[in-house]
Design a binder for this molecule. Structure first.
Ligand SMILES: C[S@@+](CC[C@H](N)C(=O)[O-])C[C@H]1O[C@@H](n2cnc3c(N)ncnc32)[C@H](O)[C@@H]1O
Length: 208
């Protein structure tokens, strides 16, 4: 079956993003197919956040697959957010997808965003402790933080005691294939002090 029209528009933007270093090497089609496989592994959210979205991998692709979902794509790089905004305009998704130029640590304290997302996705954002701390503030009480795992990394990089310090726990699941993901869920309420100030989660990670 032919791709829906939005796919070609998205891939054109990802190619531009690749030229400016905002999309990793290799075929952008492959990255899209990876996001498509991810969409099949996770329940469609109502409200979602892509943490460190870059050029929108995987958030923009997931927003395309789940046309009833609303998204905030967050990135600290103004150039990347400009590219995201152009893509959102070209795709005509402005009523449900927003690009936000912010540090995730700051955005997670915004009243509109704190505790708002039933899904937070993260790909290549940072080490587990940084991703977990930056992601937890966005999660609703039922929310899931889904992190795509780099190849060759073991599940031991998500220690239960470290995650508990951030109010998260691992959700066990058959998620080794086709896309390796780690699912985390919130335990209880979001601690007032989380996330710490911008830069602190990376400089002083809660666990190694
Ligand atoms: C390696 S890129 C990955 C981008 C995209 N998710 C992908 O897989 O192609 C990491 C992105 O996270 C953003 N980033 C890193 N730390 C951040 C923070 N604390 N708040 C917001 N964005 C951040 C960077 O600007 C960068 O665009």
């Amino acid at each position: 079956m032919d791709d829906p029209r939005w796919v070609a528009t998205l891939l054109e933007h990802w190619e531009v993003g690749q030229q400016m270093g905002a999309v990793g090497p290799g075929s952008v089609r492959r990255q899209f197919d990876h996001a498509t496989a991810l969409a099949a592994q996770v329940a469609p959210p109502r409200r979602a956040v892509d943490l460190g979205s870059g050029a929108g991998v995987p958030g923009l692709a997931l927003a395309g697959h789940w046309s009833d979902s609303s998204w905030v794509l967050i990135d600290a790089s103004a150039r990347r957010v400009r590219l995201l905004s152009q893509a959102i305009r070209a795709l005509n998704w402005g009523d449900r997808v927003r690009a936000l130029h912010a540090r995730a640590e700051d955005a997670a304290r915004h009243p509109d965003l704190r505790g708002s997302a039933d899904l937070v996705v993260s790909r290549s954002f940072g080490p587990p402790a940084v991703t977990a701390e930056c992601g937890v503030g966005f999660l609703s009480s039922e929310g899931l933080l889904v992190v795509t795992e780099p190849p060759d990394e073991g599940a031991d990089r998500w220690p239960a005691d470290g995650l508990a310090l951030l109010g998260l726990e691992v959700v066990a699941g058959p998620d080794a294939e086709p896309v390796r993901i780690q699912r985390l869920r919130r335990i209880g309420s979001i601690a007032d002090e989380l996330p710490r100030r911008a830069g602190i989660p990376a400089r002083k990670p809660k666990f190694a």
